[in-house]
Design a binder for this molecule. Structure first.
Ligand code: PGA
Length: 256
């Protein structure tokens, strides 16, 4: 089974409105020729509708950084999956380590968000990954499996078509330290084998598992060349259209 490479740019809490619109246009223009890659951008909430309009007719996917699991009502500041969908968003991150650390998102919270987003018709990218201490204590595999089991409880086989996974070791995010290709490949293999056991062989062969954590043009090719690394979730390097486009190009070349 060949999986289409998937590269997504997580802009986090960066950029002012005009810069975000400009970056969206630049990314669209600079990545348009890479038709073999699924490409996503994940801006801050206030910019989503404007960027959705700008992306009309383009194959660039628009993602949100989080989606509240609750339905409508008195929940000041929250934005739910149906609202995001109606604003032109196609997918949402769930369980990014910065959400887990700064906002206390538990695996149960992630699970509620996964279901709410899928029910609203969004695609979901669930982020998993261990801290440095957990890696040092040889807990990487058990942490990943716990996050997968908790976050994906109750997901049905047909819903897996709208799910992707991002393995992001916390110690590699925004630090300039990348997992070695061997470390990343091993974690992806654990992840895929969990999917095979809990879902099915067919799902495990189809699901895309992205690597995230200081992915840059200089290291993208060697990571993406590895078995089971189907794409990249890019933070810092996605804020500059040329470096993001270079990572997309590396993803395209990795399958050619
Ligand atoms: P980084 O962020 O590329 O800046 O390390 C990755 C992420 O948090 O998704």
């Amino acid at each position: 089974m060949t999986r289409r490479p998937y590269v997504a740019g997580n802009w986090k809490m960066n950029l002012l409105a005009a810069d975000a619109l400009r970056l969206a246009s630049d990314v669209m223009r600079k990545t348009a020729r890479h038709r073999s890659v699924d490409i996503g951008i994940i801006p801050s909430f206030p910019y989503l509708m404007g960027i959705a309009q700008r992306l009309e007719g383009s194959s660039l996917r628009l993602g949100a950084q989080d989606a509240d699991p609750e339905s409508f009502g008195a929940r000041t500041s929250a934005v739910n999956a149906e609202q995001l969908k109606s604003a032109g968003v196609g997918f949402t991150l769930v369980g990014h380590s910065e959400r887990r650390a700064a906002f206390g998102d538990s695996d149960a919270d992630c699970n509620a968000k996964v279901h709410a987003a899928l029910n609203a018709g969004l695609e979901v990218m669930l982020c998993i990954g261990e801290t440095e201490m957990q890696r040092d204590q040889n807990q990487t595999q058990s942490v990943i499996e716990r996050q997968l089991a908790g976050g994906l409880e109750g997901v049905s086989e047909d819903q897996w078509e709208r799910l992707s996974l991002a393995y992001e070791p916390v110690w590699a995010i925004g630090t300039g330290r990348t997992a070695t290709p061997d470390q990343a490949e091993q974690a992806h293999a654990w992840t895929r084998s969990w999917v095979e056991q809990r879902a099915s062989k067919r799902v495990a062969a189809a699901v895309r598992i992205l690597y995230g954590g200081s992915v840059k043009p200089a290291n993208a090719a060697e990571l993406l060349a590895r078995e089971g690394i189907d794409g990249a979730l890019v933070g810092g390097a996605s804020l500059e259209a040329d470096s993001f486009a270079a990572i997309v190009a590396a993803a395209a070349n990795s399958r050619s």
